[in-house]
Design a protein around this ligand. Structure first.
Ligand code: NAD
Length: 283
């Protein structure tokens, strides 16, 4: 039987719909959640991502603004702008679109964000909270991964979750969130010798390697839940995930498509974090 397709667009839509009540409650108290995006350089993909986030804010009734820094952008200029936004009462969430161009040090720039406004959850304080199991802002992509698994009703506790990829924005936080939910977690990466031998043990397989069609049918345990974080643009301009969808869907129990899987969830979770930041200003 082919896998059940987890429709990220539909789940993201329901997350956004649920947010409307919270946005309305804030509006009744005179607050419109606001997100500021720092966009440095001219990377077309970064510009597209920021445009999508701004559009999503508008659709959800949130205020948003983009602060652009043409190349060569200076680290101090970014940090000074962030410091201003930290003190701006109209702004509840601040994000720095990654990757930053040139030699800009992302961790130093991210450190300038007030943790209370860390809408992307990449600040060391937010990531530390995640490691310690304290409440905090969770990065949108792994939060979206969890929401999709939960929506599908896939059991997590006691199951073996395998994450392919160990980045700070996707793989590592996804592993921590699955661990919090009592999965037994294995993280694979580019130096893992026999990837297929590990992925074949996964009840839940999260692919976040950035390698088109890396995960093939023979690497998947029958009935597993396969979540594809990857977004890879082929020479033909088409998007492909890290999972070979056509073959894996015959083996997996659940699968997310690309596009229309994790991608829409990432943006929805950013909105959730911004609204949460606005709510927290009420004490
Ligand atoms: P990254 O390059 O920072 O990390 C990739 C990780 O994959 C590394 O830890 C690396 O060790 C591992 N890896 C690479 N090749 C491997 C291989 N052959 N076998 C095993 N592990 C391997 O990438 P990232 O920023 O985490 O992004 C990963 C992918 O997810 C990219 O395609 C990116 O575009 C996508 N992404 C999607 C969303 C979304 O909203 N859907 C958000 C963030 C990233």
């Amino acid at each position: 039987m082919p896998a059940k397709i987890i429709d990220g667009k539909a789940v993201a839509e329901s997350v956004r719909a649920a947010l409307q009540t919270r946005v309305a409650a804030l509006a009744a108290r005179g607050i419109r959640p606001g997100l500021a995006a720092i966009l440095a350089g001219a990377d077309p993909a970064s510009r597209l991502y920021v445009r999508n986030k701004v559009r999503a804010c508008g659709e959800a009734g949130l205020h948003s603004e983009v602060h652009e820094f043409p190349e060569p952008a200076c680290e101090n200029a970014l940090r000074e702008r962030i410091a201003k936004l930290n003190g701006d009462r109209r702004i509840h969430g601040i994000l720095v679109q990654l990757p930053l161009p040139g030699k800009l040090d992302a961790s130093r720039v991210l450190a300038a964000i007030a943790p209370a406004k860390d809408a992307d959850g990449f600040h060391a304080e937010s990531l530390g909270a995640l490691v310690q199991g304290r409440p905090g802002f969770v990065p949108g992509t792994p939060a979206g991964v969890m929401a999709l698994i939960e929506h599908a009703g896939v059991p997590i506790a006691g199951r073996h979750a395998v994450i392919v990829g160990r980045s700070t924005i996707a793989g590592k936080p996804a592993a921590l969130l699955l661990l919090q939910r009592d999965a037994t977690v294995t993280i694979c990466h580019s130096k893992t010798p026999d990837l297929a031998a590990v992925t074949r043990q996964a009840d839940i397989l999260v692919a976040a390697a950035g390698r088109a069609k890396l995960i093939t049918a023979g690497m998947v345990k029958p009935g597993a839940c396969v979540i594809d974080v990857g977004i890879n643009r082929g020479a033909d301009g088409k998007l492909a995930g890290d999972v070979d969808f056509d073959s894996v869907q015959d083996v997996a129990g659940w699968i997310t498509p690309v596009p229309g899987g994790v991608g829409p969830m990432t943006v929805a979770m950013l909105l959730v974090n911004t609204v949460k930041a606005a709510e927290q200003t009420l004490g």
